[in-house]
Design a protein around this ligand. Structure first.
Ligand SMILES: O=P(O)(O)OC[C@@H](O)[C@@H](O)c1c[nH]c2ccccc12
Length: 252
């Protein structure tokens, strides 16, 4: 079993427990009336490459990334840098995230927030809105045939879906959903190794009029220059920002 399978298995257990605590009917109610920030425009209207800065304490490949993790302090640093949007890990067991981090970050920033988690159940779409998410990550290799339905549901609720693919064979999954924002994950979710040049390999299979985000393994100015030259719309950066919070300019 690869790491992605393990994460998904754990997630299915966790959702069953969460449903016992908060029913779907209650979650639908909690999602009602939530104001959603425009993630799509934040990416489209960014000057140059849109930067989505990620807030995460740990990851399965790196272990603890930031020992004295503080989501609010991190958000303030990102806000000062003028990044275009945030990505906040809410997955608990492997990334040490928490649902509560989204509202905490929202309180100190005006930027839209992507809820970074593993969506496996419709319940989590309502939950994403209820906890203050503006954008929702839908991973093609996790949702497979369910992707178009989950995409539609997310849009219906007013959320901005970012549909993530990794390989060429996953391009088929997004054809039906026809997403506006497509993330190319440079990390192989089965082995967890990254290669920024992976973006170039997948980009050629995607419609030209989409907002494409290159995700993972982006280390600094060189990588950003390279991604810009490919003509992608944005870059999602986590680890290298989290490791350089004291001197974030180092990354650029
Ligand atoms: O920390 P990095 O290598 O800069 O990567 C950020 C982001 O792309 C990564 O966290 C990510 C991309 N897709 C995901 C899916 C689930 C969890 C995490 C991710």
């Amino acid at each position: 079993m690869n790491i992605l399978d393990k994460i998904v298995e754990k997630k299915i257990e966790q959702i069953a427990e969460e449903k016992r605590q908060v029913s779907i009917e209650e979650m639908i109610k909690r999602a009602e009336g939530k104001i959603i920030r425009d993630f799509t425009s934040a990416i489209r209207d960014a000057e140059g490459l849109a930067i989505i800065s990620e807030i995460k304490k740990a990851s399965p490949s790196q272990g603890i990334i930031k020992e004295d993790f503080d989501p609010v302090a991190t958000a303030k640093i990102y806000e000062e840098q003028g990044f275009d949007a945030f990505s906040v890990l809410t997955e608990k067991h492997f990334f040490l995230g928490d649902d509560s981090y989204i509202e905490m970050v929202k309180a100190v920033s005006s930027k839209p927030i992507l809820r970074k988690d593993f969506i496996v159940d419709e319940y989590q779409i309502y939950q994403t809105k209820a906890i203050g998410g503006d954008a929702i990550l839908l991973i093609a290799s996790v949702l497979k045939e369910k992707l178009p339905e989950y995409y539609r549901k997310s849009v219906e609720l007013g959320l901005h879906p970012l549909v993530e693919i990794h390989s060429e064979k996953e391009v088929a999954y997004i054809e039906k959903a026809d997403p506006m924002i497509i993330g190319i994950n440079n990390r192989d979710l089965e082995t967890f190794t990254t290669d920024v040049r992976h973006t170039e390999k997948i980009l050629k299979y995607l419609p030209k009029d989409r907002l494409v985000i290159s995700e993972s393994g982006i280390k600094g100015a060189e990588d950003l220059k390279y991604l810009k030259s490919l003509g992608v719309s944005g870059a999602l950066i986590g680890e290298s920002l989290m490791r350089n919070l004291k001197d974030i300019k180092k990354v650029f």
